[in-house]
Design a protein around this ligand. Sequence first.
Ligand code: BES
Ligand code: MG
Ligand code: ZN
Length: 495
Amino acid sequence: MLKLLSGEILKKKTECLVVPVCEDAEIHDDPAIIGLTENARKIKEFKGKNGDSVVLYDPADSKSDRILFIGLGKLEKIDEETMRIFAGKSVKLLIKKELSEIILCAPCTEKLDLKDDVALGAIFEGAFLGNHIFDKYKKDKKEKPLKTVSVFTDSKIAKRQRLLPSRIETICKGTNLAREWVSMPPNDKRPDRFVRSMVKAAEKEDLSFSILDEKALKQNGMGAILAVGAGSRSKPRLLILDYNPFKNKKSPKKKKTVVLVGKGVTFDSGGINLKPSGSLDEMKMDMSGAASVAGTLITLARLKHKFRVVGVIPVVENMPSGDATRPGDIIKSYSGKTIEIGNTDAEGRLILIDAMAYANKMFKPDVMIDMATLTGACVVALGEKIAGVFSTDMELAKDIVASGEATAERCWAMPMPEDYRKLLKSEFADINNMSSNRWGGAITAALFLSEFVENTRWAHIDIAGPAYSKKAGDYCGAGGTGFGVRLLIDLLNRM
Ligand code: BES
Ligand code: MG
Ligand code: ZN
């Protein structure tokens, strides 16, 4: 689907040539493309401003059927995210025109002060992600994704970056996989089915897996996962996806194990502390952490990543019923600590701590990262586009924030103040799953998790905001965003 192209641009036969144009500077170095941009600037309604676009049909000087000019705005504001948006917008616009094959002209990376792989990678990402359409549940599939997007660049760069398109495609497929799981309706992804769907995808790759069913969860004493799943007729599972490039070799090159834990609540009604009906339908997205972790593991296997990464994914449905866990109940977690249920809607932290304690014991990881749509409070703090990062390890938090910048899956480091711990005190059990005060809910949730990680290097990423979007973005449709896959892949590559 993604291709690199070079040579003589005016001789390329294509349904559409797309040329980005900057408002206050020339960003191309190919004389033929510069000629085209000069033509575009003569059009009165096109100034190259951010948001400007114009189409020329049957242009005399080119073999393409049409040329689409896209304004990028001022040069100093252009960065790699501008490239993703440019590519994503172009693809979405041309899908509407029912095309199937297009060429995007990459700007001269030197003029943008970006590295070749960064700028081209971003164009490919925007194009591939923008081309994803989730229409499984529609009879009338109106829009068809493009078949081929080529990116035109200088021949030397094209040669050096020849492996880039397939790598980006692999990573973005992981994002799209996560998006589809998140957007899937909750009646089609109750725990057993969702787990089987993840296993089905994993089986095709070099991944081993195991599933703990209800009986195994009981045998292992995973009281927290079981308590959250108690109200649903679809019983909880714990899925382990293990990517181990050294399972058949004696001496690994990189002796390191990273565990990724993903919250998999296939529907969060709140349980007996039932949520108000406002946007209850969106709570099908409460398994986004699980989707991103599974998408990441599948991607790592496809990329033949250099060290072992294990995905530990607790999957439950949080429902009210006669069997549901009550506020006031005291349960015993896998770690042995008892927990008073202050609120059945604070269920994510319960399934995570059983998974994390189990992962610590079984895999003794060097680093553990959990990803979860954990709190509405995190969305209040950082808005819908930015994830909260919580860690007592500043290095790890810094790396995650840096990966967030590189992938535009933005993350912001949040504090974990020791004196807030007392808010989780329980009169009757070792800890309460609910803070005794209503403020700083994202922080107290993270502090709750931290009680169960012992000395492992650990970070928690709260993706309650960015995991889902009611509205389509520039290179994402409405629904699951797949947030976290590109972030984690980038992070694991830094390790
Ligand atoms: N799944 C929710 C968090 C959430 C909220 C995700 C909005 C996405 C969008 C989580 O299980 C939850 O209900 N959290 C409660 C915690 C509270 C009861 C301590 C919350 O945020 O209100
Ligand atoms: Mg909840
Ligand atoms: Zn939840």
